[in-house]
Ligand binder design. Sequence first.
Ligand SMILES: [Zn+2]
Length: 304
Amino acid sequence: MASRPIQILLIAAHPADSFDAAGGTLAHHVAQGDRVAIAIATTGVRSHHWALLEQKRVSGADFDVEARLKQAVEEKLTEVRNACRILGFEDVRDLGFDDDDILVTQDKIEAIADVIREVKPDVLITHHPYESGGFKMHGTIGQCTLYAWQVASGVGRGRQVRHHVPVIFFMNPQAYIGNNSLEYAGTGRADLYIDITDVITQKVQALDSIASQYYAGPYSRKRAESEDGHLGNHASVAYAEQFQRFLPMVRYTLPITDADLERGTEAPEAMMGRRAEMVGGLAPLPPGVGFTSQYRIPQDKYKD
Ligand SMILES: [Zn+2]
């Protein structure tokens, strides 16, 4: 642990990404006195405001998305700010990229580099640059952030401030492996798990805020169970988040904790009991709301 509070900056492609991939980890850092800022590349209104997308599908040419855009952006940002507040921080920056403007460009790199110069993070968190083979906004933002890291480290054109970030993590590096054949290039690997069991309720509440993507209620709990619970299972805890370091770790001795040592002697019952905690018990649904969905696909619809 560092001898002074650190500043974390997370650069995410979409509004929910920071909470999905790193919400529990951010809550831990806030709780120990570190500062956290997130910068959202896009507000995701063209791809992730599903209520708006559905309105467009139903109304077709009669529905003017552009006229609703400003309000939709505000709705998304309000959701993000609420989620951050639940995790204990307020610093949210909207980079304002359009979410169908998907290429790695110098403009995007410069904009991210400017946020790095401003926030001066000790730790950068972003997407794996080759997520989904790199052909996705997540990959684009991961690549732009690495370029921006280099740009901010140098003496930029007309920029007076330089800032070098010493530590970079890719969040949820293996989440999309298997989604397409290019993912098997093999660079996504998990070399760090953060045990977020003690803050899983906080994370679920943060995800509840992302209502325009229908996260609120049963989905945020299912998501915690199937994603964080799945990663927790890998790490022999109930809930975990997964990271990959960009640069190698440098230490004076081999990194080992008391938790590592205790695993050597603990009873199998303790290990299994720890993994068995369930979010349905930790973050119960509001009264009257159930986990069963009216949108289940009936068997007869699967007939070929
Ligand atoms: Zn995303």
